[in-house]
Design a protein. Structure first.
Length: 350
């Protein structure tokens, strides 16, 4: 194996430029692309697991796509690259200075690679030692893309946020654990950089591959562990912003969206919204009794929503309070961001 000690591909310019051959003309069988954003400690844990794969280190590389970019991440990758320079695998740093977001970062990574196959994971995963070998076995068997298994460890009584993160376990195709051939990515154009949040960009790639008639295989033995990151109190409120990208996914793939993605917010959201509007209109019209009835209906639906979220979740006082507060706000924010997404992407979507 030729030793490679360089850090940057194409210097520190935009990572969307055409890739150049690195020193030694090293072309790996597979490049592992890891997008990251300002969490070097978590990234290091992931990269160390990737560097310990049961796969010939002369045949793969790790490309870290820094969506910051920031000096702490750069220094972390440089240190790891030096540590593995002699025995491999090669570790590269790509600063993302063009279209940012996870989709754009992944595009920067695979386009900076010359490998015939690309493996995708996230900086908060811990890939199993045989993850790369098992995923590549499925690619070598003839698949155009591969979806691996994601394991999300949960406590006996998880929080609502932890339960939501555990939805990755049932995902058909998630870029925390996915493989694709270069030919498939070039044919479909890769990720749509308009998905600037970590939401629906993987489903978009899946649907695009499917519509192109490409084969997506499943490799349950290609496993990554995905611990749930700590989250601030009330995080589910800010997460509603991601709903706007449902509109973009629907615009691009309406039939597949209807078949495989939930069609819209629960009817309960609209009922809560209607009850609140009815209460306000009743007050304006000078009908306090009607307003009270509408508010009682709203309160009952909010409690119902809260209890539903708490069914299998933690029952600590702080978490119950969080569920009550966020349940009173989520329906309106969800509807708002969906409408905003419909306007932004010019599609009829409610």
């Amino acid at each position: 194996m030729s030793t490679y000690t360089g850090l940057f591909e194409n210097g520190e310019t935009s990572a969307t430029n055409a890739p150049t051959l690195p020193r030694g003309d090293f072309i790996p069988d597979v490049s592992v692309v890891v997008p990251t954003y300002r969490r070097p400690a978590m990234l290091e844990r992931c990269v160390l697991a990737l560097a310990a794969q049961a796969y010939d280190p002369a045949r793969y590389e790790i490309i870290v796509c820094d969506d910051g970019p920031d000096e702490a991440t750069r220094a972390c990758v440089l240190r790891l690259a030096r540590q593995h320079a002699e025995h491999g695998p090669r570790i590269r740093y790509v600063p993302v200075t063009a279209t940012q977001g996870p989709a754009g970062a992944r595009n920067a990574g695979w386009r900076a690679s010359l490998a015939r196959s690309i493996a995708f994971t996230d900086d908060d995963t811990i890939p199993d030692p045989r993850w790369l070998a098992n995923g590549m076995r499925a690619i070598d068997a003839g698949a155009d893309a591969v979806s691996g298994r994601i394991v999300v460890p949960l406590p006996k009584r998880p929080t609502d946020y932890e339960l939501d993160a555990a939805g990755l376990v049932a995902a058909e195709f998630a870029t925390a654990n996915a493989f694709a051939t270069r030919a498939a990515l070039e044919r479909t154009g890769g990720f749509d950089a308009r998905f600037t949040a970590a939401w629906r960009e993987d489903s978009d790639l899946q649907f695009t591959l499917m519509r192109a008639g490409l084969v997506i295989a499943r490799a349950d033995d290609a496993m990554v562990l995905h611990p749930v990151r700590p989250a601030r109190w009330g995080v589910s409120i800010s997460q509603q912003k991601k709903s706007q990208f449902d509109a973009l996914l629907y615009k691009k793939h309406p039939e597949l969206f209807r078949a495989r993605i939930r069609r819209g917010p629960p009817l309960l959201y609209y009922a809560m919204f209607a009850a609140l509007i009815a209460a306000l209109l009743s007050l304006v019209a000078g009908a306090p009794e009607a307003a009270l009835l509408a508010m009682l209906a709203w309160a009952m639906m909010t409690i119902r929503f809260t209890l539903k979220r708490l069914e299998t979740a933690a029952h600590t006082p702080a978490h119950i309070a969080e569920m009550l507060w966020t349940s009173a706000v989520i329906p309106y924010l969800s509807i708002y961001w969906r409408i905003r997404g419909a306007l932004k992407f010019r599609v009829l979507f409610l």
